[in-house]
Design a protein around this ligand. Structure first.
Ligand SMILES: Cc1cc2nc3c(=O)[nH]c(=O)nc-3n(C[C@H](O)[C@H](O)[C@H](O)COP(=O)(O)OP(=O)(O)OC[C@H]3O[C@@H](n4cnc5c(N)ncnc54)[C@H](O)[C@@H]3O)c2cc1C
Ligand SMILES: NC(=O)c1ccc[n+]([C@@H]2O[C@H](COP(=O)([O-])OP(=O)(O)OC[C@H]3O[C@@H](n4cnc5c(N)ncnc54)[C@H](OP(=O)(O)O)[C@@H]3O)[C@@H](O)[C@H]2O)c1
Length: 242
């Protein structure tokens, strides 16, 4: 059974009308980069959110979208500094690097808020110690949803991060158009990243929209990359947000 820890909102940053990031002061919580934890305003209505902050950061951070008909996310978006947020005491999840077998290239592939766990992972030393190449892929509907540019810019300065973006519902210079699975199939993704995407060199972590996870796994399977399991090692690790 999890306990509930009482956190306090330090900041609620609004990137757009529907995208927000909560920074929260809470009792120290042990977790691994890539994991999630349930958060709530009252215990009866909790939802899992991925940590955006790396484990060593004393403030917790969560990145969310308002699902207008959803019961919790519109209320989270309205939280103000000083207000209470409950955080469960038992982080969980297998979208973590200790679960990933050795590879040359680590692909962190996300849609929408699915970038959250990868922002935590790339701010730990492990990916830079273990992989020759790290590619962060973020697909959004509109260019204004390409959030955390400062953070990503800082990481790219410190390490050889390859950052590839997709904007699907408007023309956006510097971003690929269309969807991730099509760009895996026609080679645009590996061309934009400048590294090969194949079973010999790559491990792919996928996070976000479940339809993307399914379609991307289909495209990856055509290149010989199959789902990773502890007992049957493969090349693809996934986490679905809904
Ligand atoms: C392991 C895990 C980690 C998660 N991490 C995050 C996170 O870091 N940030 C985050 O915003 N959400 C995350 N989610 C989703 C989150 O738990 C909630 O579902 C979301 O905040 C909406 O809550 P709600 O109560 O308003 O609506 P819900 O009743 O929970 O969801 C209603 C519908 O909204 C849509 N939806 C839910 N989440 C999203 C989303 N993230 N992006 C787009 N559409 C969505 C789906 O169609 C879903 O059926 C995660 C979910 C899981 C399972
Ligand atoms: N983003 C907004 O403007 C906005 C505003 C208000 C509320 N919301 C809420 O947020 C929810 C959607 O979240 P989101 O904006 O993160 O959208 P999303 O639908 O998950 O889209 C994010 C990215 O994933 C792509 N995608 C969707 N299905 C895919 C698939 N099968 N394969 C590969 N890529 C796929 C989208 O491409 P396509 O564009 O081609 O689908 C888009 O580039 C909505 O249900 C709504 O409740 C969103």
């Amino acid at each position: 059974m999890s306990k509930w820890l009482e956190g306090r909102v330090i900041e609620n940053r609004h990137w757009t009308d529907s995208l927000f990031s909560l920074r929260v002061e809470a009792p120290r919580l042990a977790f691994q980069a890539g994991q999630f934890v349930r958060i709530a305003l009252e215990e009866s209505l909790a939802r899992p959110f991925s940590f955006v902050n790396p484990p060593h950061d004393p403030l917790l951070e969560f990145y969310g979208i308002v699902v207008p008909e959803g019961p919790l996310s519109p209320r989270l978006a309205q939280l103000r500094a000083g207000e209470r947020l409950l955080v469960a005491s038992n982080p969980a999840g297998f979208l973590i690097l200790p679960e990933v077998p050795p590879a040359q290239t680590l692909w962190l592939v996300s849609t929408g808020t699915g970038i959250a766990p990868f922002l935590s992972i790339v701010r730990t030393p492990e990916p830079w110690q273990r992989f020759a190449n790290v590619v962060l892929v973020h697909a959004v509907r509109h260019a204004r949803e390409l959030v955390y540019q400062d953070t990503i810019g800082r990481i790219a300065k410190a390490h050889a991060l390859r950052y590839v973006t997709f904007v699907s519902r408007e023309a956006a210079p510097g971003s690929l158009s269309g969807r991730i699975p099509a760009a895996i199939r026609d080679g645009r993704l590996e061309k934009a990243a400048g590294v090969a995407l194949d079973a010999q060199t790559s491990h792919v972590m996928l996070c976000g929209n479940p339809d993307m996870l399914k379609d991307a796994q289909g495209a990856l399977a055509e290149r010989g990359l199959r789902k990773h399991r502890r007992r049957n090692p493969g090349h693809v690790t996934v986490e679905s947000f809904w």
